[in-house]
Ligand binder design. Structure first.
Ligand code: CTP
Length: 406
């Protein structure tokens, strides 16, 4: 049977992306019925939303009760999922407090259908204590969230606040519809409740002197998304993070480190755990000497830079006495991706390795194309938003613990 989504378009500049979302959902065989808030109608017209969805667009509570056959209760009940995109700070605040003063909020209050929010707002508004409180309340009430993404916003600021891309929201919609959605509150199931997980993320920085260092382009996005997805599945997560621009995921303990050696100590300090996911792009080498003062420029030529090897955190954890039951590594490769990943899995002693081709836009980008290599299997996953990859991985981890199959 065709699945139906009730899409509430709030008043934000990202509303135009919700039109693309309608098209993307239609492409995936999902029907959309649109409610346009008063604010939403300032950004997109009922005509365009109606043309794309092929259905009448509802904008006003009273008009709906009188002219349409359907009241707001029926409207929400006829949907398999409600999506709020863009979910503005104001809309989420009203929903979190049970305010019902227009069609959108009345529908949200009256429904027992799952709700997926795709927040979009200025970074400061997202970070505001009140917004974070409202997000927490909505999560506790069983709502799902996708995004916001980190990036440059319409207002010129940089940070979390951009609405997730339409294809990522569509992935989340499909995940929720097939019962694979693992964001907080989904059906109240927490397959990883009572499990502990340690995740490393981001780059490491290897100091040359107090002002110079060697590092790499890792943004931390994939590791942070995995930490969030595991926490959403109920795990108690410690995220050991190298320097990134990302906010700590909800409900996750974050330990900030700089160098590979600091990262190893922090990981060892966070053990024992059931799960270890090593996503960090750890620098393989560090300068042999760290100068206490800024090293002056030599009169002639360039300074010599002697390097020594860093500890391999994943291999150390895999070989340690307190080895977590399930150890997962990443294999960043630019060629012979699967063959090298298989060898790397054996060399490091981990259970699964997630092979990814980093020759393209993976490092620093929003998407990832991965193959999960296990002892006797390989699963190639289609290119997806890093959050979708994280959720899928967390589901796989949950199942592995359920079935005792690592
Ligand atoms: N890793 C680690 N400590 C290191 C190097 C890597 O924990 N010093 C982990 C990474 O977090 C990842 C896995 O090992 O999970 C593989 O990392 P990758 O950079 O692909 O492999 P390398 O060991 O650096 O091998 P190579 O550079 O030869 O491909």
């Amino acid at each position: 049977m065709t699945k139906k989504v009730l899409l509430i378009i709030g008043g934000g500049i990202a509303a135009y992306k919700s039109l693309l979302l309608i098209r993307e959902l239609a492409r995936r065989g999902i029907e959309t019925q649109v409610i346009l808030t008063k604010g939403g109608a300032e950004f997109v017209t009922p005509l365009s939303a109606g043309a794309l969805s092929g259905k009448t667009v509802f904008t006003d509570l009273w008009e709906l009760d009188e002219s349409a056959d359907m009241g707001h209760i029926e409207l929400s009940r006829s949907a398999d999922l409600i999506v709020v995109a863009p979910a503005t700070a104001n809309l989420m605040s009203r929903a979190a407090h049970g305010v019902a003063d227009d069609l959108a909020t009345t529908t949200l209050l009256a429904t027992d259908t799952r709700v997926l929010y795709a927040p979009a707002m200025n970074v400061r508004m997202w970070d505001a204590a009140a917004t974070q409180r409202n997000v927490k309340t909505l999560r506790q009430d069983g709502a799902l969230f996708i995004g916001p993404d980190v990036g440059e916003m319409a207002c010129g600021e940089f940070g979390p606040g951009r609405m997730a891309e339409p294809d990522a929201i569509a992935d989340a919609v499909q995940g929720a519809l097939i019962g694979d959605m693992t964001l907080d509150g989904f059906r109240g199931e927490k397959p990883l409740a009572g499990r502990r997980a340690v995740v490393t993320a981001g780059p490491t920085r290897e100091a040359i002197d107090p002002v110079r260092y060697i590092s790499n382009h890792s943004s931390g996005l994939q590791g942070y998304a995995i930490a969030q997805a595991l926490a959403d599945q109920g795990a108690e997560v410690t995220l050991v993070s190298g320097p990134t621009a990302l906010p700590a995921p909800h409900g996750v303990i974050r330990v900030d480190v700089e160098s590979a050696r600091d990262m190893l100590s922090a990981v060892e300090g966070a053990l024992p755990s059931d799960i270890f996911v090593s996503v960090a792009a750890v620098a393989d080498w560090r300068p042999a000497t760290r100068h206490d003062r800024k090293a002056p420029k030599p009169k002639d030529g360039v300074p010599p830079l002697e390097m020594v090897e860093n500890p391999d955190i994943l291999a150390t954890v895999c070989k340690s006495r307190s080895r977590p039951k399930l150890c997962i590594g990443f294999a960043a490769q630019t060629h012979d991706v699967i063959a090298l990943a298989r060898k790397k899995r054996e060399r490091k002693g981990c259970d699964w390795i997630i092979a990814n081709d980093v020759s393209g836009d993976v490092m620093g980008g929003q998407h990832n194309t991965v193959t999960v290599v296990t002892k006797d299997n390989e699963e190639a996953w289609t290119r997806a938003d890093k959050r979708a990859v994280a959720r899928r991985l967390a589901v796989k981890i949950g199942k592995a613990f359920d079935e005792n199959a690592y």
